[in-house]
Design a protein around this ligand. Sequence first.
Ligand SMILES: [Zn+2]
Ligand SMILES: [Zn+2]
Length: 296
Amino acid sequence: MPVAGHPYAGRRIGLATMHGKERALAPPFRRVLGAEIVVPVLDTDTLGTFSGEVPRPDTPVETALLKADMLFEAMPELDCALASEGSYGPIDRVPLVPGGVEFLAFVDRTRGIRHVETLSTHRTNWRLQRFAAGDPARLVALKEMGFPAFGVFVVCSSDMSRPIKGLATVEAVIDAMDREARRSVDGLAVLYSDMRAHKNPLRMSVLRAAGWKLAHRLASLCPACHAPGWGRIDSRRGLPCEACGQPTHWIDFEINGCLACSHSESRPREDGRRVAARSSCPSCRTASLCPRSGES
Ligand SMILES: [Zn+2]
Ligand SMILES: [Zn+2]
């Protein structure tokens, strides 16, 4: 049931997408807020693409906000816009495990709200591998990447500027790989995941989860100015140690704030903890590890 009397109930919210993202985002916005998602005709590829031909102007957060801003040019009658940006690939900390983050930007230009909801995930089939022409492992790799339910791109290893998209059959992918491998200086073709939402069911499901998270955030109204989006903006560390009372790195207070005005409120931890474990306390740890510290 949508929140009764919510400012966005019955309103139209623009979504900048060419990749069917309304399939993931329209249901939460309709069910939670009673708002309708509308999609304009818009060339978001001018902002850069996953396949890499157009360089990204900035970080994913900035790109997502910029895409939302662009939407107002196409639909000047709207006050609110949504846009998303995904970042997928190997994780720095765990190089062999791919992961991803979805950035879902929301702009309400009449209230001055600019908010980016993020959702990170390990649920991705992102892969990038290189193969020589005729390598039998090509077929195995293609199967592991979920093709054809999940899309793939092929590109020449020594010239990554022109990836081949729109490959619909196994034969077409294999032909493209062998052709690109033969014209590559190192004799290899690159096979990698197409992460565009309409070509990647896993990414679409992550986007759907981000959509629910954002819709619930917007459902909550600021107690001071009643703007949508009241919620956690920060936290304060320093929960006291159970033994000595010194501050630890554990979170002490969560801080809720408004996205439109400067109102904020701090509240104690949701789990009810008022003291931190002794093992997390730097003072107690130092005391037990170096019982005679301070003596020469
Ligand atoms: Zn302590
Ligand atoms: Zn407020």
